[in-house]
Design a protein around this ligand. Structure first.
Ligand code: ADP
Length: 401
């Protein structure tokens, strides 16, 4: 069975065609700058292997339809393709941002599901509208292949009321569905399953603190395999400091700044989502650039790094108390998997939890799941590479079984 996984953004489409017998990607790619004049498409066959081949194109993609049509041409092309026709795509799995309280598991797309995605557009304006556009395009281009929606919020639907409610007037929750939903759920769920396997325990018995640290950063407190708290909220802005997002701030700052600076809601939103975080403090949002500057003595870069690490440590402490017992602390995503310095600084001097990093294991580069703590560490610290596309494909397959 071949499953096409689509992550449709406001001006981009990420795709991966996965052969479910091997669970390997046949091809993957990214269409960028849709509706923004000259767009770009990068297409790779056998990505991440010795036989990887990469193709890049520039062309105008007025809408997601033209972008996806070009992808179809490529994946069925005699030279650049990997399948003979769209008939060889047996199902399509879609990443969808927000499914609210209505959707608690992956679902086959029908009119009701589309309605729920549409209903949540006001709370996830960029993503949910784009996700729906991706679904409509796929249903048009692959009418024979069932579409399944996999929601970023699903894994967090097990949070108890005391964790997901905001202490605002309760009617607002009832009227506007204002509550914490949490995101990166597919990743937190995937690394939870993998960590449980690695620890030799049933997923339903593991307690974990999972740290997904990429461009967007979030953590989850996982009790008996189920999420009981997470750092992101009604949008992916709450919680940790991120590449360009501020994370937790005093909400009173919002009206104060809007008044003081004369900013409207859109400008305020842009400042918090695109101009804050690491970038807001030191002008750089890629952690590799922050390290390079820090090592040359850039004090702002050092400060940004220290703030980033400090906030992760604060939530490790909070989630440790929430969980009581912890089987492992898990690092994943771009920074979590690749940045040994962030990992060692997060775990440094934590006598209450007794985390102890093995410097050699931490420095080793590998794409494998592994422990980076010493045998004396009271709690194992793991790196678990995430694979959201595979997780979406697996969920799609199980829905259709
Ligand atoms: P996304 O949230 O977009 O999926 P990723 O999980 O791919 O992002 O993470 C991207 C981020 O990971 C980059 O912005 C960069 O800061 C960080 N990153 C990637 N590789 C490294 C590395 N070798 N060292 C430090 N940080 C890295």
């Amino acid at each position: 069975m071949n499953i096409l996984v689509i992550n449709s953004g406001s001006s981009s489409i990420k795709y991966q065609l996965i052969d479910m017998t091997t669970e390997k990607a046949l091809c993957s790619g990214l269409v960028e700058r849709i509706g923004e004049g000259m767009g770009a498409l990068t297409h790779k066959i056998n990505p991440g292997t010795d036989t990887e081949k990469k193709f890049s194109f520039e062309q105008d993609f007025p809408t997601h339809v033209e972008g996806m049509e070009r992808v179809v041409e490529l994946i069925t092309d005699a030279e650049k393709g990997v399948i003979a026709s769209t008939r060889d795509i047996h199902a399509v799995g879609h990443r969808v941002l927000l499914g609210g309280e209505e959707i608690k598991e992956p679902v086959r797309v029908n009119d009701w599901v589309k309605g729920v995605i549409r209903d949540y557009i006001p709370l996830g304006p960029l993503h949910n509208a784009a996700n729906l556009a991706g679904i409509e395009v796929a249903m048009k281009l692959f009418p024979h292949a069932p579409s399944v929606a996999v929601f970023d919020t699903e894994f967090h639907q097990t949070m108890p009321e005391k964790a997901y409610l905001y202490p605002l007037p309760y009617e607002l929750y009832k009227e506007l569905r204002l509550r914490r939903y949490g995101f990166h759920g597919t990743s937190h769920a995937y690394v939870t399953r993998k960590a449980a396997e690695f620890l030799g325990k049933p997923a339903s018995e593991v307690n974990l603190i999972t740290c997904h640290l990429g461009n967007g950063c979030s953590m989850a407190a996982v009790q008996n395999g189920r999420c009981v708290d997470t750092t992101m909220g009604i949008t992916p802005l709450e919680g940790l400091m991120m590449g360009t997002r501020c994370g937790d701030i005093d909400p009173a700052l919002v009206p104060f700044l809007m008044e003081k600076k004369g900013w409207g809601p859109a400008e305020m939103d842009t400042v918090m989502n695109k101009k804050s975080g690491l970038k807001g403090i030191c002008g750089m949002n890629d952690m590799r650039d922050v390290h390079a500057a820090r090592e040359k003595g850039d004090a702002k870069a050092q400060l940004a790094f220290d703030m980033f690490v400090y906030r992760i440590r604060k939530y490790v402490g909070a989630f440790a108390v929430v969980l009581g017992r912890i089987d492992a602390v898990v690092f994943t995503a771009g920074i979590g998997e690749n940045d040994d310095f962030v990992r060692s600084e997060v775990c440094r001097d934590m006598p209450l939890l007794g985390l102890e990093i093995d410097a050699q294991a931490n420095a080793k580069r590998s794409g494998e799941i592994r422990a980076i703590s010493t045998s004396a560490s009271r709690i194992p610290v793991l790196i678990v590479p995430t694979n959201e596309e595979l997780a979406i494909a697996q969920a799609t397959q199980s829905v259709l079984k």
